[in-house]
Design a binder for this molecule. Structure first.
Ligand code: DOR
Ligand code: ZN
Length: 335
């Protein structure tokens, strides 16, 4: 039987939510991942040192063991340097959302006025705090990410010492940006390596494939696959696993988010194996992130095997990607 071993997998973009949902989903990530960057878009958003510390404690209380590191983030506002100094040791990054662009982002940035943002972004550069960005405008849904490229350029050129992560990229335009600025990096989800817009609305409308940014064209997916399969040193895996209760997904007005945490590594094995690139998966799911963020996760070894696995139809009240369908790889052991 074909097997593949991964060491210290990291999920560099994860939604764990809070309360009952946190208790339901956090153990699923903690089982296979060594650590994850946890998004701050709670209601209200994570925006004080106390919020960060308390949320981290709730996450640790929700996972069954100590072998999972929640790398905390703060919700971007124009913070002053003194505040950033006080929070720096408790976070790995600050997440910037354009206001109202996605789930719980109402308090985000409403105008990208560089002079208004300069003190915060300069302080972040000096303190070595990474900026993670949800890069979409409020334009036509298929163009939102491409339209955001000029904002990435403005940020990258004005703050050359700031590490900027283009989160969950979905377009060739974003892939091309990686080569243009040394301080631009990206995360890629597993669902954007598998889906195009056709899989969302091309036949029956598929609520569990609906997320933001929406899956794009085949040529965009090909561009993402190329850099992921090559484990381009500036890209890392970030699932953007975003659980919503089934009542919010199979609804009139479907919430954006694809839930992949429990099957992400299995699907990645399937994809990388299909293209004969399994040897690059370790870099994509861990080594690149360790280099980019300068982190050293706790030891964890996951052995995956090529064996048919039926994805549970539902985890608690959350339907995963491919719920009830068969995938080709499964977890053999975790140590
Ligand atoms: O699809 C998404 N869901 N995209 C996001 O940016 C946010 C996320 C969520 O929090 O549900
Ligand atoms: Zn997200």
């Amino acid at each position: 039987m074909k097997t593949h071993t991964l060491l210290m997998p990291l999920d560099m973009h994860l939604h764990l939510r809070d309360g009952v949902m946190l208790e339901q989903v956090a153990p699923l990530s903690a089982y296979t991942f060594s650590g994850a960057i946890v998004m701050p878009n709670l209601v209200p958003p994570v925006s004080t040192v106390e919020d960060v510390k308390a949320y981290k404690q709730r996450i640790m209380a929700a996972v069954p063991n100590d072998y999972f590191e929640p790398y905390m983030t703060l919700f971007y506002k124009n913070y002053d340097k003194r505040f950033l100094e006080s929070v720096k040791d408790h976070i790995l990054a600050i997440k910037l959302y354009p206001a109202g662009i996605t789930t719980n982002s109402e308090g985000g940035v409403s105008s990208f006025n560089i002079e208004e943002m300069r003190p915060t972004l300069e302080a972040m550069s000096e303190l070595g705090i990474v900026l993670c960005v949800h890069g979409e405008t409020d334009g036509f849904v298929m163009d939102r990410e491409a339209e955001f490229m000029s904002i990435y350029e403005m940020l990258a050129s004005n703050f050359p010492n700031l590490k900027i992560i283009m989160e969950h990229i979905t377009t060739k335009a974003a892939v091309d940006m990686l080569e243009r600025y040394p301080n631009l990096y990206a995360t890629i989800t597993v669902h954007h390596l598998l889906l195009t817009l056709d899989d969302v609305v091309g036949g029956m409308m598929m609520p569990h494939h609906f997320c933001k940014p929406i899956a794009k064209r085949p040529e965009d997916k090909e561009a993402l696959l190329k850099v992921a399969l090559d484990a381009h040193p500036k890209v890392m895996f970030g699932s953007d696993s975003a659980p919503h209760p089934i009542s919010k997904k199979e609804a009139c007005g479907c919430a954006a988010g694809v839930f992949t945490a429990p099957i992400a590594l299995q699907l990645l094995c399937e994809i990388f194996d299909k293209y004969g690139k399994l040897e690059n998966l370790q870099a994509f799911v861990s080594d690149n992130a360790q280099n980019i963020y300068g982190i050293c996760p706790e030891f964890k070894e996951i052995v995956l095997e090529e064996r048919e696995f039926e994805v549970p139809a539902i985890y608690g009240n959350v339907v995963p990607l491919y719920g009830g369908k068969k995938i080709k790889w499964a977890i053999q052991s975790v140590e």
